[in-house]
Structures are given as structure tokens and as C-alpha cells.
Design a protein around this ligand. Structure first.
Ligand code: PLP
Length: 407
């Protein structure tokens, strides 16, 4: 713990916190359109699927360059339905990352198949393809790469393995709508792509929602059936599916927001570039490592996760919290060490990079409306906590009067 945290300067009023994410500011900018869209759904009283959902599916398919898109109740269900459509079940193995949100691995367990974890590449936080190759077994049926934080996994070697060993690839693109790899969109980089519209995702609804992208007509048909209890029409249940539909209200809200997604993504990228500049300017580069982006790949920064050197992560978190600067840990415990997966018999030390990432990283605010003034506060708070001398010491860091994003 650091005892001598520098006091807040007069130009940094403690009454102006920097939230980790502020959904209100974004809502206010589109409130009229959202209310109108919601009113329309109420006037039709058509709440489950229907035209609104069908239109939104077409729009997402277009956005991601996929042939089809199939709405469902959540990103978690998108993963589960995808594995069901691929007939993955007991006795099968699916290779995935231990450093991700829980639903990635639990979807595999839910089908009766076994998740096989492979360590991450420390520079990208995504599945290490060399480890995937080593983990292949005669039971491997699919690879589930996660495009973590909005950056696509290294897909090229995974494609080669998938072709050579006849494996499916299910992309967990829950954090990556709009991201690209070699110019191709997340969602069309594998056999099926899974998206989440949880409110804090880059395209977030007014509750839960999810989507699967598919270029395969047979899989599309299967998915459309599986989400309605395997009903092929007129209560003819050709298989046992689940109830996982997208609500028309969610689709209506999401259609309004999709029109702004490209702009919001650009703002996130501008914020990321500004952090790079500020961290350099204030001499923080020796203390934290920033996320990198590959040329030719579009990083959409659903989270902005930095690595804190020298074991000072928790100290930095305390300092940011004391200064009312929002931050978060994604994810504090890798999945191979979760109690519910004890039967898989992994132990501490099995995936050192995932474990190190859990102990060393912190997510900083990156939401589109964040803007320059608040980012200065974030970086200032980091400097004060870590005791880093700031350039331009005499300079006044002024805050905008309103909550509006600084130009
Ligand atoms: C959010 C998320 C999910 C699950 O999506 P829900 O809509 O919350 O069910 C799955 N995987 C990853 C990586 C996620 O970030």
C-alpha cells in the first residue's frame, strides 16, 4: 500500500468523479428516437420476435457481413445455441480461453461437453494458437476463441487447424461487434459468431439480448428452430430446443442504437489514442503497458485494459477509487480456478499468463462520451497514486462545466 498519496489538486474537484461507464449521457442523446421506437412496439402489442426482430437481424447481418443473423435472449444463449446446432455434447471437447467471462466456458459445460482451457498470449489476452494446437485431441470438436475486450483473436492459425482437423469455430464476439481481423468482421471469422447486447456492451440494449451470425443456411434453420423449443412449425417439435427469443422491445431500442455504433466505436478509438498520448506525456509508460492494436485489425475497445507493472495493480485501484475515478478488474479469477470447474482438475500454475493477467490488469473508463477532460483526470489520478512526476506541473487541468464531451 502507498502511504503518501499526493493530495488532489485544487483543479481536480472531488465532486466530479469519472465513472467507469455512463449510460445516461448516451441515452440522453438518443432518448427521443428510443421512446418513439418503444412506443411503436407498444402500439402493435407484438412483443416477442416479429417484424422488429426480423429487421434488426437483417441489419446486424449487414453490419457484420454475414448471410444471416439469428436473435436470441442473451449472449450466453447465443453460445449455447451455437454449440447445440453443431451437435456438440457429452464426450466432446471444446477448446477455449480461461481468461474470459464465465459464460464462454459454461456454455460448453451446459451441452455436456468438456471445456479444454489453453493459456493466452500475454500481449493480446487472447487464445495462444500454439497452445491450441498442443491441446487438440481425437475428441476435440470445436474451438471457441474469444475476441476479448474488442480485439479479435489471432484467427489465421485457428482456421488452418479447423480445416485440417475438421473442427467448428464458434466465435465469442460478445465484446467485439464491429471489430475486424484482416479486414473481415468479427462474427464471420468462424462457423458461427455470438454477440451480446447486455447494456454495457458496445451495442447494449435495455436488458438482455443476443445474436448469432451464420453463413450456413442449414445452421441458420437449425438455430431458428432451437430457439423456439425445436418447433419446426405448427407445434411439430423435431428436436428439443430451448426458449431463447429476442424481444421486440429490445430489437426496437437496438435498431436505434445500431445507427450510431460506428460513431461510438470511433469515439472509443479516439479515447484509446488519447490515453496513449497522455500516458506518454505524463511519463507513465514505464509503469503501465497499454493495449496494442494490430495493423489491419479494428480494435473496438469494449474495455480498455492496461497491465500495471511491479505488482502495483491493487495499489493503483485503491488510488483511483479514492479519487472517484472508475475502474474495474476483468477478470479477477481465471475460469480454470473457479470452484464449479474443480472436476476438470486444473490447478494454480496451469495457465500462468491467464493468472498473471488476472493479477496485473485493470480496466480504465473508455466509453464513447468520456472525452479529453475526464481522461486527463484518469491519468492524473494514476500519476498521483503511483507517485509519477507529471509533465507541465504548473498547468491547470480544467473540467468542462457540463457533462458534454469535449471536442
Ligand atoms: C457479455 C459476455 C458474454 C455473455 O453475454 P450475456 O448477454 O451477458 O449473456 C459471453 N462472453 C463474453 C466474453 C462476454 O463479455
Amino acid at each position: 500500500m502507498s502511504e503518501s498519496i499526493l493530495p488532489l489538486s485544487a483543479a481536480t474537484p472531488a465532486t466530479t468523479p469519472v465513472p467507469m461507464i455512463d449510460l445516461v449521457e448516451q441515452y440522453e442523446s438518443i432518448a427521443d428516437d428510443v421512446r418513439q421506437a418503444v412506443d411503436h412496439v407498444f402500439s402493435t402489442q407484438h412483443f416477442v420476435m416479429g417484424d422488429e426482430v426480423a429487421e434488426f437481424e437483417r441489419e446486424v447481418a449487414h453490419y457484420c457481413d454475414s448471410r444471416d443473423a439469428i436473435g436470441c435472449a442473451s449472449g450466453s444463449d447465443a453460445l449455447l445455441l451455437s454449440l447445440m446446432a453443431l451437435n456438440i455434447g457429452p464426450g466432446d471437447e471444446v477448446i477455449t480461453s480461461p481468461y474470459t467471462f464465465f459464460a464462454t466456458a459454461s456454455s460448453i459445460t451446459r451441452t455436456g461437453a468438456t471445456p479444454v482451457f489453453v493459456d493466452i498470449d500475454p500481449s493480446t489476452f487472447n487464445l495462444d494458437p500454439v497452445g491450441v494446437e498442443a491441446a487438440l485431441s481425437p475428441r476435440t470438436r470445436a474451438i471457441m476463441p474469444v475476441h476479448l475486450f474488442g480485439r479479435c483473436a489471432d484467427m489465421e492459425p485457428l482456421w488452418r487447424m479447423a480445416v485440417r482437423h475438421n473442427l467448428a469455430i464458434v466465435e465469442d464476439a460478445a465484446q467485439a461487434i464491429g471489430a475486424t481481423f484482416d479486414g473481415r468482421h468479427a462474427g464471420v471469422l468462424g462457423t458461427l459468431g455470438c454477440f451480446s447486447f447486455f447494456p454495457t456492451k458496445n451495442l447494449g440494449g435495455a436488458g438482455d439480448g443476443g445474436m448469432i451470425t451464420s453463413d450456413d443456411a442449414d445452421l441458420t434453420t437449425r438455430l431458428r428452430r432451437l430457439r423456439v423449443h425445436g418447433d419446426a412449425g405448427r407445434y411439430q417439435h423435431v428436436e428439443v430446443g430451448i426458449n431463447s427469443r429476442l424481444d421486440a422491445l429490445q430489437a426496437a431500442v437496438l435498431r436505434v442504437k445500431l445507427r450510431h455504433l460506428t460513431t461510438w466505436t470511433q469515439q472509443r478509438q479516439e479515447n484509446a489514442a488519447r490515453y496513449e498520448h497522455l500516458v506518454e506525456e505524463h511519463g507513465l509508460s514505464d509503469y503501465i503497458d497499454l493495449p496494442s492494436a494490430d495493423p489491419g485489425c479494428n480494435h473496438v475497445y469494449n474495455q480498455y485494459v492496461v497491465r500495471v507493472r511491479e505488482g502495483r495493480r491493487d495499489e493503483l485501484i485503491d488510488g483511483l477509487r479514492a479519487r472517484q475515478v472508475g475502474c474495474a478488474i476483468y477478470y479477477p479469477q481465471p475460469l480454470h480456478l473457479q470452484d464449479c470447474f474443480a472436476s476438470l482438475r486444473y490447478q494454480e500454475g496451469d495457465f500462468p499468463e491467464a493468472e498473471r493477467a488476472s493479477a496485473e490488469t485493470i480496466a480504465l473508463p473508455i466509453y464513447p462520451e468520456l472525452g479529453a477532460a475526464r481522461q486527463e483526470l484518469v491519468v492524473r489520478a494514476m500519476c498521483e497514486t503511483l507517485g509519477v512526476g507529471m509533465a507541465h506541473r504548473g498547468r491547470t487541468f480544467s473540467l468542462p462545466q457540463s457533462n458534454k464531451r469535449a471536442a
